[in-house]
Design a binder for this molecule. Structure first.
Ligand code: TXE
Length: 479
């Protein structure tokens, strides 16, 4: 047993599993077990839900004034800021992302808490004057107990997207981080207790999807289920929540289209094409993994894109020079590798990259051309540093190619033609479209996807809709 241990955080205390079970936590760069975490079972899940239920039903959290609740969440954000290096170290060690990116993720997580704390504090309701001599106003009360299930690609940040709006709106929350990355979210639970959040407002349950996650989603004391992960698991989560009619918010996978028109600013387009598929080693639901390039610039664009991909500094994620590192786990390395192994048989050409020969769980920045539109590597989410490229002749063809997918999370387009930018953005079937940029997010705006990319939207007022139980109060004004 290593010294480092991540327990569950229940009722403000860090506790082991009821049966004493635990699992190994890996460092994917060194390929060592560097910690253990509590293996949550049905009994632990039930205990966490009971704790959050009590904290909701008996208070004080849901009844606190908005300013007081905001202040408590800002205290948590302050602590996260003070311990940013520690949190980032946990994510880099546990997941393998370059330390500078992990620091950036912590900063964004802090901002999520601050944003939603202030958003609920400052929010305004609506009043509807009625011709009948009444008026109706809306009230947004907390929904109750939220079960949140988060993935491993942005361990702290994805958790913060869920936890921050959930608790800001007066709910209590149990978060189950991915079994691959329990570290930073457990620390978040410790910091919540240190910040003085009442016991049970934020519980952390560690463990596998089944039984830990499924015990949460299927518990009829849970009022909302928010999940980020694979489309296949999302369907199971939705079915489980349906057993007790808990509304779900699902943020699932993607196969983002990136369209570069002939009139694009090439420096900008190449820069973002690289970021869009190789940041976080491509383990991003928003990755621009299908790239479509106008035939007039195809040769020049490809030469520059390949050169930039090959120039990415690869190495130890704690080395400040590193921009690209290993994949997050052996399981994930095997998945990405299996897609690459199928490429030659499907007629694709690996222009650069491929599986690294070092024995690490490393796939180099990979660019593939010539794949048929039905090949698994072309149409399925690989979730790795693998970009499939096609050329197009017309705007019509580019839009058709981009929309030819079961996913609908995001798309990007690069053009200097303003009319085309608006026209194409409007025709793309995607929850977010970036024009001449990538990865920019304003937390007030809707975020989510269509088709296999998910159900619902989060962000700003969209999060309010999900994490509250809106009520209409009808007042008689004239007798
Ligand atoms: O995902 P899972 P995995 C995609 C990506 C990746 C693939 C598999 O393509 O290769 O999913 O990754 C919990 N009830 N994305 O296996 O299974 C699980 O413990 C309740 C896209 O990690 O979806 C973890 O906490 N919970 C993505 C979380 O669900 C369950 C991010 C995600 O696991 C459960 C990650 C169950 N029955 C992967 N089964 C994105 N959208 O960004 C599992 N879990």
């Amino acid at each position: 047993m290593t010294e480092r241990f991540f327990g569950h955080i229940i009722d403000g205390e860090e506790v082991p599993s009821a049966d004493g079970g635990n699992f190994e936590v890996w460092n994917p760069w060194t390929q060592d077990v560097w910690a253990h975490a509590a293996e949550g079972g049905a009994e632990d899940a039930a205990r966490a839900v009971a704790s959050s239920r009590r904290a909701f039903d008996e208070g004080p959290w849901p009844q606190l004034g908005r300013a007081e609740r905001a202040a408590a969440i800002h205290r948590l954000a302050d602590l996260m800021e003070q311990r940013a290096d520690e949190l980032a170290t946990l994510d880099t060690t546990n997941m393998g992302k370059p330390f500078a990116q992990a620091k950036h993720d912590v900063a964004r997580s802090v901002w999520n808490f601050r944003f939603f704390a202030d958003h609920q504090r400052d929010h305004r309701g609506e009043v509807y004057p009625m011709d009948s001599g009444h008026h109706t106003y809306s009230e947004y009360g907390p929904a109750g107990v939220v079960a949140a299930i988060s993935p491993w690609n942005f361990p702290l940040m994805m958790a913060s997207w869920k936890v921050a709006p959930a608790i800001a709106w007066g709910n209590t929350c149990i978060i189950k981080p991915s079994e691959d990355t329990p570290a930073s979210v457990t620390m978040l639970g410790r910091l919540a207790a240190e910040a003085g959040l009442p016991p049970g407002v934020l519980n952390v349950l560690n463990g596998q999807g089944t039984p830990a996650g499924s015990s949460l989603t299927g518990d009829d004391r849970v009022d909302r289920v928010t999940f980020t992960g694979s489309s296949a698991t999302g369907k199971r989560v939705m079915a489980s929540a349906a057993s007790h009619l808990a509304p779900v918010s699902l943020e699932l996978g993607g196969k983002g289209a990136n369209i570069v028109f002939d009139d694009a600013d090439l420096d900008n387009a190449v820069h973002w094409a690289v970021e869009a598929i190789f940041r976080n080693s491509g383990q991003v639901c928003l990755a621009g993994s299908r790239l479509f390039v106008g035939s007039g610039i195809y040769s020049e664009f490809m030469a520059r894109f390949v050169e930039a991909a090959e120039a990415l500094p690869i190495g130890d994620p704690f080395d400040p020079a590193t921009k690209f590192s290993s994949l997050a786990s052996k399981k994930h390395f095997d998945k990405v590798s299996s897609y690459l192994e199928g490429v030659p048989d499907d007629g694709g050409k690996v222009v650069t990259g491929g599986i690294d020969e070092s024995g690490r769980w490393l796939v180099r920045p990979t660019i593939i051309t010539g794949l048929p539109l039905t090949a698994p590597a072309y149409c399925e989410e690989i979730f790795g540093p693998v970009c499939v490229v096609n050329r197009f002749e017309s705007e019509e063809e580019a839009v058709a190619l981009a929309n030819d997918t079961r996913y609908g999370l995001n798309a990007m387009l690069f053009t200097e033609n303003l009319s085309r930018a608006h026209r194409v953005a409007s025709r793309l079937r995607a929850g977010t479209v970036w024009v001449n940029c990538f990865f920019i997010r304003d937390l007030r705006t809707p975020f989510g996807g269509a088709g296999d990319s998910g159900v619902g939207r989060e962000g700003g007022d969209f999060s309010r809709e999900f994490f509250t139980e809106p009520k209409a109060v009808v007042m008689q004004i004239q007798r």
